[in-house]
Design a protein around this ligand. Structure first.
Ligand code: CU
Length: 578
């Protein structure tokens, strides 16, 4: 019996990705998985909260998206009666979700007989976490007096889907408890005490010769050698862990191949160290700090033994999937490590896989979370052989550009004191932002700028501001250009320094702090000083502009707010996101 699990959203995938890119809070509000400031303080976790801010991390979420339903073979629940009491059946469970891991359990424990379609030594287990794109085969016995309940619970605790196999629904699988997100936040904070990215390893590719036992090193430094010896120890230890498991105590230790899966020791080993990382605030997912379009190929050669060591530096699980090969997931079973095509890399852990390079051509290697893959978390494992001519209609370079797609969004505000309209067009490295605000008192400001990202958090910007002290045509409006640099100082605070065409310096701060599940404190502060380097006008001498708002999220598209702006005064209003 085949069980296909999936996650259903009423929203289309492009729109979901746009909302993730614009950091719309709605999905986490719906799931109630955020860790806002006030409850964090109440739970005595102010320090932990600050650690996440400082490390420019968003709240700890197990999944990014809110789903309307979880489905099994296309329905919320299935009841298959066409079995006999006591009958043994093979249940093949496939996780076809776009971005949901499921915890699987049943009326009684599951007997695992295969993983990703490959037989394993049968073993009983109470729960199995199935990553996206993984497959497990279980052997289950139908109860004598009722139906077997097979339950798949979304890992983030936001829902479940159920199958009953047999007659009467009278024996239920134990409920899976919801994750404690504050406890997870605490673990992440503890992990980051030593400074963020302290566990980052320099990526490298090395050839370890089979005969001479010497190493040929590519792209390496002395530093790299040190790292390497450390990681040789890691592979000796088989399944290595950087830290205790953050989100679950689940690993692949229960999977053991019935035969040895060792690859001939005579082969040269190509060891590839990679880091899985992200700019979680902008929803850019990378391998070794690069999206696919910036760094595509991992070159390998036929007949090599290829070893990938993958360090997950993010707060999310990543189901890494390699096309065209089965790889060994190195675990405590050593020579009998299981063969799989998809492997879960839990947050802040390291996993090693090995495969026999016995193919040719290019093979996609990617995170199987749809939105991570679309944002760049992928590589091409390439034997560097000529491309198949049948692929000519799909030019390679064009295929790669997928993660450079622009996303567009608007924010429109109407309040008793003012109105505003913001438009963003952003991709991985570029952002065009137009911001207009106007008060009913006839003052307005329009700013248009281009930002170029030089790393995850820093970008150069150039823009123009039309500052209308007064819309009254008798007063001249002033158009000035500016240039500067911006940096995301904290996950909740962005800062910028500019100098305009009249050589006036300008400092900007912008914050967005989650106070409660639906309540955010947002605001903006701008200071301009005119040292009169150019011209003698004094209208900008030490000008402060600021606004504060307490926003209450009504739904995905609508916030209500109470705000104060020192140009436009107090107001209450609504903000539309589209
Ligand atoms: Cu991922």
């Amino acid at each position: 019996m085949v069980i296909v699990l999936s996650d259903w959203s009423n929203e289309d995938a492009t729109s979901i990705l746009k909302n993730l890119k614009r950091h719309n809070e709605w999905y986490s509000i719906k799931r109630k998985t955020s860790q806002p400031l006030i409850p964090s303080i109440k739970k005595g976790m102010f320090k932990e909260r600050m650690t996440l801010y400082k490390n420019r991390m968003p709240d700890m979420h197990i999944s990014d998206i809110y789903y309307n339903a979880f489905l099994v073979n296309g329905k919320k629940e299935q009841h298959y009666r066409d079995v006999s009491p006591g009958e043994k059946i093979r249940l093949r469970v496939i996780n076809a979700g776009a971005s949901t891991y499921f915890m699987l359990n049943g009326t009684y424990s599951l007997r695992v007989i295969a993983a990703d379609g490959v037989d394993v030594v049968p073993t009983k287990i109470d729960q199995v976490l199935i990553a996206i794109a993984e497959t497990y085969d279980f052997e289950i016995s139908i109860p004598e007096n009722g139906a077997y309940h097979f339950q798949a619970t979304a890992q983030d605790g936001s829902g479940s889907t159920n199958v009953f196999i047999g007659q009467e629904k009278n024996q239920f699988a134990p409920k899976i408890p919801k994750p404690d997100y504050f406890a997870l936040m605490k673990k992440v904070a503890e992990f980051h005490k030593g400074g963020h990215n302290s566990h980052m390893v320099k990526p490298y590719t090395k050839i370890i010769s089979s005969t001479s036992k010497t190493m040929k090193t590519h792209k390496s430094t002395d530093d790299g050698h040190k790292e390497h010896s450390k990681h040789m120890d890691m592979s000796k230890n088989k399944h290595s862990k950087m830290e205790p498991n953050i989100t679950t105590t689940f690993d692949y230790g229960f999977l053991k191949s019935p035969q040895s899966t060792e690859i001939s020791h005579k082969k040269e080993t190509r060891e590839v160290m990679m880091n899985l990382n992200a700019n979680m605030l902008r929803y850019v997912w990378m391998i070794n700090g690069k999206v696919l379009s910036k760094d595509d190929k991992i070159l390998i050669k036929k007949d090599e033994k290829v070893r990938f060591i993958m360090n997950n530096n993010t707060m999310m699980h990543h189901p890494m999937h390699l096309h065209g090969h089965f790889f060994r997931v190195i675990n405590k079973n050593g020579s009998h490590s299981p063969l799989k095509h998809t492997v879960d890399i839990p947050p802040f852990e390291s996993v090693t896989i090995e495969f026999d390079a016995n193919e040719y051509g290019d093979w996609f290697f990617h995170c199987h979370i749809l939105y991570h893959m679309a944002s760049g978390m992928a590589k091409v494992v390439s034997y560097n052989t000529p491309r198949d001519s049948s692929l000519e209609p799909f030019p390679y370079d064009k295929v790669l550009q997928h993660d450079q797609k622009f996303f567009h969004w608007f924010t429109a505000g109407v309040a008793s004191n003012m109105g505003s309209l913001t438009y963003n067009a952003e991709n991985t490295f570029n952002a065009f932002i137009s911001q207009l605000s106007f008060g009913w008192n006839n003052r307005y400001e329009h700013d248009f700028r281009y930002e170029r990202y030089v790393n995850n958090y820093t970008r150069f910007n150039v823009g123009v501001t039309m500052d209308g002290g007064n819309i009254d045509p008798e007063n001249s409006d002033e158009l000035v250009g500016y240039i500067g640099v911006r940096n995301q100082l904290l996950s909740v605070l962005d800062a910028g320094i500019n100098v305009d065409t009249k050589l006036r310096p300008e400092l900007e701060l912008e914050w967005h702090i989650g106070l409660l599940n639906r309540v955010q404190l947002t605001g903006h502060y701008e200071w301009k000083n005119d040292f009169s380097f150019i011209g003698d006008e004094d209208q900008y001498t030490n000008e402060h502009t600021f606004n504060f708002a307490v926003e209450y999220t009504l739904n995905k598209l609508l916030n209500s707010n109470l705000n104060y702006d020192n140009r436009y005064g107090f107001g209450v209003g609504l903000m539309f996101l589209f």
